[in-house]
Design a protein around this ligand. Structure first.
Ligand code: NAP
Length: 450
């Protein structure tokens, strides 16, 4: 069901009808025509549209932020920051797109990054603008077209983004939002006009898209879930580490792929760190995400809240201790108060799965080997954060952690100029940076051209 259900109130505000297969086919035809013209445009023409896109985003940032908050409950101040980050990514690709895709010489050949054609992007609701912009802008800069299948709970964001690309001056229909349910994705991927696909979301969705694309021999990039470790060793600055720990866990009300989800703390500093973490958790305020006094809004959907409630209960039933018992709150909306779990058995959901919400999972370890083994013990490998001032320890974790991105003494963040992605069940391929813009290109080897 494609609809806006405000997670702050639980009220369904708008329903949308899915496109029929015929309407999807017409959209693909139009996008295909548009891409044939777009691929002949210069980088400066494309860059001008992307620059205009950034200007439009910033000019109405409060409007787009409020739309996100209405559809998925993100605190408004964080939604404004998300729009600003989108504009920064546009600025990066407008300035650097041409040089990142510049042809290069190898031996006697020229290697050129030509566009592939139409790319399908299947996107999640948790960063409804950022996920789309970071993926679509490099795809268009490279000369491709983009078709967006956004999450079913953020249709108004999806339509607003389509309007933004049109208003920015891109050829009409080059970027289109397809309001369709997930069941429609198989036929779209199989369509000859689609030349590649990217999905940001859960492993199940990623595996399904990858197998469909594999059957049709089309390239994919998958940005999937994570259960990032946040390791604190004795030499760390404990005040900074504890403050960053709670920030890294609670951003977007705990619904971020690169949120720190498991806190792996050395026994020498465990009590001191936990005391600090609890103080920061106790200072959090849950409530109306439009009110800047609250740092946590509701969870995005009733289903997310039910899943989280189930996983926390199962973790406690397996023997974990609750240092703070939050959980679903009474009253309207999908609110969930922060929860802190300790002494978690390794077969409990909190140790194995990605908990998508404001739940802190604490682990005590005695050695760096134990920390590494615990950090690598989930199926995921997206990000990791390590807090230590010991250089040998830093290198030990840099070498040993299964993660696409590791930050020493800081939170894991994405940056438009740096490749972003994961290993293991967190996916494959990269978005952002030079690697991101080359993901959907034909790396053409040309001999005999001067
Ligand atoms: P989800 O259920 O996988 O949904 C994501 C998108 O995939 C939605 O558009 C959804 O459409 C679609 N989808 C779901 N099942 C599909 C299928 N079988 N075939 C085709 N499309 C399908 O993910 P979610 O639970 O809402 O989102 C949160 C997940 O995304 C978390 O695991 C999070 O860690 C991950 N994520 C990863 C990154 C990253 O960069 N690595 C970034 C953000 C989020 P419908 O809405 O219509 O079901």
């Amino acid at each position: 069901m494609i609809q806006t259900q405000n997670p702050t109130t639980g009220v369904v505000e708008r329903h949308f009808t899915s496109l029929t297969p015929h309407q999807v086919s017409v959209a693909l035809d139009r996008a295909d025509m548009a891409q044939r013209s777009h691929k002949t445009t210069s980088f400066s023409q494309r860059g001008a549209c992307v620059t205009q896109l950034a200007a439009l985003l910033l000019a109405e940032k409060n409007h787009y932020a409020a739309l996100m908050t209405r559809e998925m409950g993100k605190p408004l101040t964080q939604a404004v920051a998300e729009v600003e980050k989108c504009a920064a990514a546009c600025a990066y690709y407008a300035a650097e797109g041409e040089s990142l895709l510049a042809p290069r010489r190898e031996k006697n050949a020229l290697i050129r990054y030509d566009p592939l054609g139409l790319i399908l992007g299947v996107m999640p609701w948790n960063f409804p603008f950022w996920q789309v912009i970071r993926c679509a802008v490099p795809v268009l800069m490279a000369g491709n077209g983009f078709l967006l299948k956004h999450a079913s709970n953020v249709p108004q964001c999806a339509l607003a983004i389509q309007d933004l690309f049109a208003a920015a001056g891109f050829i009409p229909n080059l970027f289109q939002t397809l309001l369709v349910e997930k069941e429609a994705v198989a036929a779209i991927i199989a369509d000859d006009r689609i030349r590649g696909a990217t999905l940001t979301g859960s492993e199940a969705a990623g595996a399904s898209l990858a197998s469909l694309a594999g059957a049709a021999l089309k390239p994919t990039v998958l940005e999937l879930g994570g259960s990032d470790p946040f390791i604190i060793m004795p030499s760390a600055d404990l005040d900074r580490a504890a403050e960053a720990a709670v920030q890294a866990r609670m951003l977007n009300t705990g619904q971020s792929c690169i949120a720190a989800k498991r806190f792996v703390i050395h026994s020498d500093v465990y009590d001191a760190v936990v005391q600090r973490i609890l103080a920061h958790v106790d200072a959090l305020s849950v409530g109306d995400p439009l009110d800047p006094r609250h740092n946590l809004g509701p969870l995005a959907t009733q289903g997310i809240r039910a899943g989280l409630t189930h996983d926390v209960k199962a973790t406690l039933a397996a023997g974990a201790k609750a240092l703070r018992t939050g959980g679903p709150t009474d009253g309207p909306g999908f609110f969930y108060a922060p929860t802190v779990l300790a002494e978690i058995p390794m077969d409990a959901p909190a140790a194995r799965k990605e908990l998508f919400g404001p739940v802190v999972s604490l682990y005590r370890i005695a050695t760096q080997d134990e920390a590494l083994a615990l950090a690598n013990s989930t199926p995921y490998g997206l990000g990791a954060s390590v807090w230590t001032h010991d250089e040998t320890e830093k290198n030990f974790f840099a070498d040993g952690l299964d993660a696409g991105s590791i930050t020493m003494n800081g939170m894991v963040r994405s940056d438009p100029a740096l490749p972003f992605g994961g290993v293991k069940a967190s996916g494959y391929g990269r978005e952002l940076g030079p690697e991101g813009i080359r993901s959907f290109t034909n790396m053409k080897t040309l001999r005999g051209l001067s």
